[in-house]
Write a protein that binds this ligand. Structure first.
Ligand SMILES: Nc1nc2c(ncn2[C@@H]2O[C@H](COP(=O)(O)OP(=O)(O)OP(=O)(O)O)[C@@H](O)[C@H]2O)c(=O)[nH]1
Ligand SMILES: [Mg+2]
Length: 401
């Protein structure tokens, strides 16, 4: 195989909730519009595979399911993750060679094991290693970036490794840094953050990015990743990383999964979110339903400094119950047949949420969320058509594909 035939690989790395899936969805939509032959690999640390589902409902993937491989229940940088990545690339290239393979890592993924892996792959060409950095999180938790290097130095001095190392090293290994969510901070805050990033990695280009608006054209022919820039860094970090790669879920991050068929009580959920969310809960995401909006399947998306609820579609059970469903009797009969297969008490309606955070806080928040599910008495009220108090925005955005 000549070097020209090597398949380009682009990695979307970056801390939990920094905007990787948002960018990925935008890139897949553009690839579809421009008929670009792009394949996708997505990694979710949790067994719920929320990102796999979010990419799975894009029009690009719905039209061609074989373009996406989803790897979940482990982090890509672990030994197991790298094996699964290798297998996924083989699967994607088994029938034809895509023009570009884009890989979204989970937010807890260290880029070094992936870079080491691609360096050895003669038929692949690693181009971009993108580090997406949440500028709102940096401004709030690291004083516009001023605390980032001192906190890293403190860890180095004390022989400690935590998520600060991860954040800084994601930047160190990147070819491009994207400062996301710039719309959430004042414009004068962006420059200090960008200059800290440039101090950490003078080789990477730094850009700001809002809601994943990046032209895919500019990514199709990127230069090969410059391994020389990180040779020394790789040597230095090797001992520490070797210990971490044995672990499927590294760092001081704990993951919890909430699975329940019941809806959330809208007011209780609102109160709990306002009382319990802080920097120790790095990330929570998933699908759920609210007792007050029981026709809609909703996406829960909480990252540092913010939570967003979006409508992702309609529950089948909601359509069937709707007197104005506007679909044919035959379609209704088909939906009822599907619903008969469901195990939950509420048809296809259910709640699947992953919570990721500091070991010390994650259980408290998870238990608090669980207390938001309707009690048996409230379920009876819901069945009777009770109007639950609902402080969430009335006009929730619908996720677009
Ligand atoms: N305000 C604002 N929100 C954004 C932007 N980009 C992403 N978000 C929001 O940030 C949240 C997390 O975005 P994702 O794209 O899921 O982040 P991620 O990096 O894929 O998250 P993980 O895979 O869990 O690490 C979502 O609620 C997004 O809507 C942005 O530019 N501005
Ligand atoms: Mg994601």
């Amino acid at each position: 195989m000549t070097p020209l035939q090597r398949t380009p690989i682009l990695i979307l790395n970056g801390f939990l909730g920094s905007g990787k899936t948002t960018l990925f969805r935008s890139l897949l939509a553009q690839a579809r519009k421009l008929s670009l032959d792009v394949s996708a690999i997505v990694n979710d640390m949790s067994e719920l595979d929320v990102d796999g589902e979010l990419l799975g409902i894009t029009e690009a993937v719905e039209e061609n399911k074989s373009m996406l491989v989803s790897i979940h229940s482990c982090v890509l940088s672990s030994t197991k993750g790298i094996e699964k990545l290798d297998e996924a690339i083989r699967t994607l290239r088994s029938e034809k060679t895509p023009k570009l393979i884009i890989v979204e890592t989970s937010g807890s993924c260290h880029p070094m094991p992936l870079i080491a892996f691609f360096k050895e792959q003669k038929s692949l060409k690693l181009t971009g290693v993108f580090a997406l950095v949440d500028s709102l999180m940096i401004s709030q938790d690291f004083d516009n970036g001023a605390n980032l290097i001192p906190r890293m130095q403190h860890n180095v001095t004390h022989g400690k490794r935590d998520t600060v190392n991860l954040l800084v090293e994601q930047i160190m290994f990147s070819s491009h840094v994207f400062l996301t969510k710039a719309d959430r901070i004042a414009s004068h805050q962006l420059n200090p953050i960008a200059s800290v990033v440039r101090n950490i990695n003078p080789y990477a280009s730094t850009h700001s990015l809002q809601f994943g608006k990046l032209d895919i054209d500019s990514l199709m022919d990127l230069d090969e990743y410059d391994y020389l820039n990180v040779t020394q860094l790789m040597e230095e970090l090797k001992p520490a990383l070797e210990a971490e790669t044995q672990n499927d879920r590294p760092y001081d991050l704990a993951t919890r999964v909430i699975r329940d068929d019941r809806p959330f009580h809208p007011q209780r959920l609102w109160t709990i979110c306002h009382e319990h969310l802080d920097e120790k809960i790095s990330r929570s995401k998933g699908f759920f339903w609210l007792a007050s909006r029981d026709k809609h399947a909703m996406l829960w998306n909480q990252a540092a400094g913010g939570i967003s609820l979006e409508i992702i579609g309609s529950w089948r059970a909601g359509i069937v119950a709707d007197e104005d469903h506007g679909i044919s009797e035959m379609e209704i009969a088909q939906l009822k047949e599907m619903l008969a297969e469901e195990k939950g008490r509420f048809g296809d309606r259910n709640c699947d949420v992953t919570v990721i955070g500091d070991e010390s806080r994650v259980d408290r928040f998870t238990e608090a969320l669980k207390s938001c599910f309707l009690s048996d008495e409230e379920i009876e009220l819901w069945r009777g058509g009770h109007a639950f108090q609902d402080p969430w925005p009335q006009n929730m955005a619908r996720i677009t594909n």
